[in-house]
Design a binder for this molecule. Sequence first.
Ligand SMILES: *Cc1c(COP(=O)(O)O)cnc(C)c1O
Length: 393
Amino acid sequence: MNKRIYLDYSATTPMKQEVLEEMLPYFTERFGNPSSIHSFGREAKQAIDQARSRLAKAIGAKQDEIYFTGGGSEADNWAIKGVAYANRDKGNHIITTKIEHHAVLHTCEYLEKDGFEVTYLDVDEYGMISLEQLRNAITDRTILITLMFANNEIGTIQPIGEIGAIAREKGIYFHTDAVQALGNVKIDVNALNIDLMSMSAHKIYGPKGVGGLYIRKGVKIHSLIHGGAQERRRRAGTENLPGIVGFGKAAELAIENLDGHIRHVKDLRDRLIKGIMDKVDYVRFNGHPENRLPGNAHFAFEFIEGESLLLSLDMLGIAGSSGSACTSGSLDPSHVLMAIGLPHEIAHGSLRLTIGDFTTAEEIDYVINELPKIVDRLRQMSPLYEKVKGGQK
Ligand SMILES: *Cc1c(COP(=O)(O)O)cnc(C)c1O
């Protein structure tokens, strides 16, 4: 089978043609260093300004509140370490959740070794935090709440507006990892009271290795990368000019097409979910039923190993994920699935299929047709499944 079906848009997305075309001249004739004062430099500087303004517009920020980084992970590291060290005189307590991306979790763990205290909030079976638990976790030493906008594995979207209001009321900085939310949810950093927000280009049909951090004017933060005076002296290093140009274009396209994009991926996702749930027994649907990313479908098939399922799908050219790309390769079920209370053996049979702009109805129908057959075949090899089936007769 030559046709390949990509259903892993939460891991990364293909670049859009318009994004590539916008980037290309900045590899060759418009190659200037944005810090140079000659015309080559000014041309490059202008392109970066334009990208910054596009990003700002996409999230309701001011242009000088957008900082470009080397991706979403760097933005998370910068926000958390930067705020922690700059506000150490006020306190050493940080609040986050058990279901954050590793770029946030591992940064918090690192800070714990350096005298910071971190509260990891629980989530319910749908992956939702409790606002009451959040309120109760706040102390007079709390300096930062870092809480993801939308989860990359199960797709659950948190009540960001309410969290922002609580943080604002208590005078605590609020950072959110919006890498999955950007381009999938309407975001206005002012309406939501967000102080810092991480973004990444390759999750919104832009290039890899470039991202951004929104930093509200007035937020006290240290730099992560020291050196030259780029990014208004806050993030050193010659700018990734083509990458930043591509990120700006991708953000502009994402906002222009937001409603159409949401409708497209949601329709296909619902078709996929219905198709699978109708045809397969012993399957759970994970994440919040309504408050979830429009393109995210997450299943856990009992009596199955997610890895075998992925390999069988891959043989048919279907690309999915068994958790987050970063966790594959380890035998433990992901921290997110543990946090929502999925029993180990069921979490092992999990499958994330994420849909994007290039996904078609034919592709989804093909998956609806093939996936149940694979599940059935794999289950025939499970002694436990035979027992359960037998017991029902
Ligand atoms: C992909 C992702 C990141 C990391 O972004 P990179 O640009 O790949 O470093 C961080 N947080 C979430 C929620 C993600 O999905």
